[in-house]
Design a binder for this molecule. Structure first.
Ligand SMILES: O=P(O)(O)OC[C@H]1O[C@H](O[C@H]2O[C@H](CO)[C@@H](O)[C@H](O)[C@H]2O)[C@H](O)[C@@H](O)[C@@H]1O
Length: 367
């Protein structure tokens, strides 16, 4: 494997210090000193067993309300920070030619997160529908490149949203992987029929936790507990901030009873999952291997995602020195991705450009 196959923006700007965690926007630019900023970054790390105040701070930082972030942007308060971030993580659209040039002689394999990447973030997780135009774009991508959806959601649920049988699906943050059920020209590879569930022994435990949390959170208006099969999501997007500490106490209390489970955090969601060493990054590696690209230099994995859990996949690409990581975000955030796109609409534009480029390059005479 050569370092040359990792596609980095041409601008030679060093990565920011590796804090290993993704932090949300807006950072406290007006903060007078390092201490405040440190506290802010700390609050964004995965929640440890610490005090409830720390939990609540972390919950607050997990995803800014769009109104708040937009207001800060409108005030021009973070223009410099954003411009600097865009230099380090340029738009995958503006650097499209650079990205496709790097794919010369290589097979592109596409990995797509679902929420916040293919569908916009909405209040009700059950209503995070994907538009028909996005579905058409993903279908077209999958005609040209092996394509996988990698999501924190239960695999069946994400399939209900995406509805494309020709794709690979990795649900429960990669803990539930299944190959396509519909034939396509990429399916002859070894991944056909693959089913991989490294956390299957946790299924009864997750069921118990889910049922118990449904009961215990009934008293908190707006909270929602989602069964993602091998993990449980506790949503607080619609919970009044005054009740966040109560919700955190409940989740913390539940975790105490299950030392084999741990807590991570997504966008306004607390996620309980097995302590096994498996994540979206491992799922990406597993799928590449299943597709027959384990130690190949002629493959270019492209991973697009918006969440902290997608950072595990970006880190894998970085470590392999291979591929293109694209973070979906309107706001600066600490990331291991090389490029950025602002929102699902831009993701769609990128996917369609890729399809068009592939179509034209096939038609082009090769001399
Ligand atoms: O890996 P992903 O596909 O990005 O899934 C991560 C979580 O996404 C969903 O929650 C998020 O989107 C919801 C709908 O827009 C939003 O209401 C919620 O606040 C977000 O956290 C999903 O419901 C979770 O189960 C996933 O873990």
């Amino acid at each position: 494997m050569t370092r040359q196959s990792m596609v980095m923006p041409e601008v030679a700007v060093p990565m920011p210090p590796n804090t290993a965690s993704l932090f949300a926007y807006p950072p406290p630019r007006a903060a007078p000193g390092v201490a405040v900023r440190k506290k802010y970054i700390q609050a964004q790390m995965d929640i440890g067993p610490g005090r409830i105040n720390g939990w609540v701070e972390s919950m607050r930082a997990s995803s800014p309300t769009h109104a708040k972030a937009a207001a800060v942007l409108a005030a021009g308060a973070v223009d410099d920070e954003r411009a600097a971030w865009m230099v380090r993580h340029p738009s995958a659209l503006s650097k499209f030619d650079q990205i496709v040039a790097a794919s010369k002689g290589k097979k592109i394999v596409m990995f797509l997160d679902y929420d916040g990447t293919l569908s916009p973030i909405v209040d009700d997780p059950d209503a995070a529908f994907m538009s028909d135009t996005m579905r058409r774009a993903v279908r077209r991508v999958a005609k040209h490149f092996p394509t996988a959806i990698v999501s924190g959601r239960c695999r069946d649920k994400v399939f209900e949203f995406v509805k494309l049988a020709e794709l690979y699906y990795a649900g429960s943050h990669g803990m539930d992987i299944k190959g396509p059920t519909k034939a396509s020209r990429h399916n002859e590879a070894k991944a056909k029929g693959v089913l991989f569930q490294p956390a299957s022994k946790f299924l009864p435990m997750i069921e118990q936790v889910h049922d118990s949390l449904i009961e215990k959170t009934k008293c908190i208006p707006g909270s929602k507990v989602e069964n993602n099969k091998f993990c449980v999501s506790v949503h607080f997007r619609c919970v009044d901030e005054k009740s966040w500490s109560t919700l955190a106490e409940i989740v913390k209390g539940e975790l105490k009873e299950y030392p084999k489970l741990k807590l991570t955090q997504g966008r306004k969601v607390l996620e309980i999952r097995p302590t096994i060493k498996w994540d979206k990054g491992k799922a990406l590696e597993f799928l590449l291997e299943s597709l027959g690209f384990a130690d190949c230099t002629d493959v270019l994995p492209v991973y697009i995602g918006d969440d902290r859990t997608d950072e595990d996949a970006f880190k894998v690409l970085q470590k392999r020195g291979q591929g293109v990581g694209i973070v979906v975000s309107k706001y600066p955030k600490d990331t291991h991705a090389s490029y950025s796109l602002q929102e699902p609409a831009e993701v769609m534009e990128f996917l369609l450009r890729l399809v068009e480029w592939e179509r034209l390059s096939r038609a082009r005479p090769k001399w």
